[in-house]
Design a protein around this ligand. Structure first.
Ligand SMILES: Cc1cc2nc3c(=O)[nH]c(=O)nc-3n(C[C@H](O)[C@H](O)[C@H](O)COP(=O)(O)O)c2cc1C
Length: 144
């Protein structure tokens, strides 16, 4: 059953703060590759922390995730959630992207937890559907 649909969320810390060009190059490649692989999702970046939601066929997703987890541009990669899906939460995004600013965090104080260094899978258990929570929380933030 290796081709079931699966969703995975991880958090990580950028090795060094990413400038817009560095983020752009991650995103451009991710979008091209993900479109080929049938991977969808969303990447959030704030203050040298990443959160990424990845969705796709389980085998494909596992292979991609092990590549991403070994990427030297970030470390302390921790899986916060992994579940099988009936339908994708991000069907139309090969990789949606939001740069989350201080102003965004102030406007959405509930998001501060997601970008704190101590955020891990235990924190995520409070949310019944973390990807949906993130999606709704970031819907109103300017993205691309
Ligand atoms: C935070 C972060 C998120 C990434 N997301 C993706 C992604 O969604 N899809 C993808 O193909 N690569 C992504 N990458 C890049 C991969 O780690 C890897 O560099 C890329 O797939 C190129 O692999 P290759 O060396 O086999 O060509 C991401 C990297 C980082 C640091």
């Amino acid at each position: 059953m290796g081709n079931d649909l699966k969703q995975l969320i991880y958090c990580s810390d950028a090795r060094k703060a990413m400038d817009p060009m560095a983020l752009r190059s991650i995103l451009d490649l991710a979008r091209t590759r993900n479109a080929e692989l049938g991977i969808t999702g969303m990447l959030l970046y704030s203050n040298a922390h990443f959160i990424q939601v990845l969705e796709g066929e389980s085998d494909v997703l596992d292979a991609l995730y092990s590549k991403i987890a070994n990427d030297p541009r970030h470390d302390h990669v921790r899986t916060v959630m992994s579940l099988s899906l009936k339908a994708r939460d991000f069907p139309n995004w090969s990789m949606a992207y939001r740069a989350v600013s201080e102003a965004d965090l102030q406007a959405h104080p509930q998001l501060n937890d997601f970008f704190s260094p101590g955020f891990d899978e235990h924190s995520f258990r409070e949310f019944a559907s973390p990807a949906r929570f993130l999606l709704l929380a970031f819907r109103d933030i300017e993205g691309e």
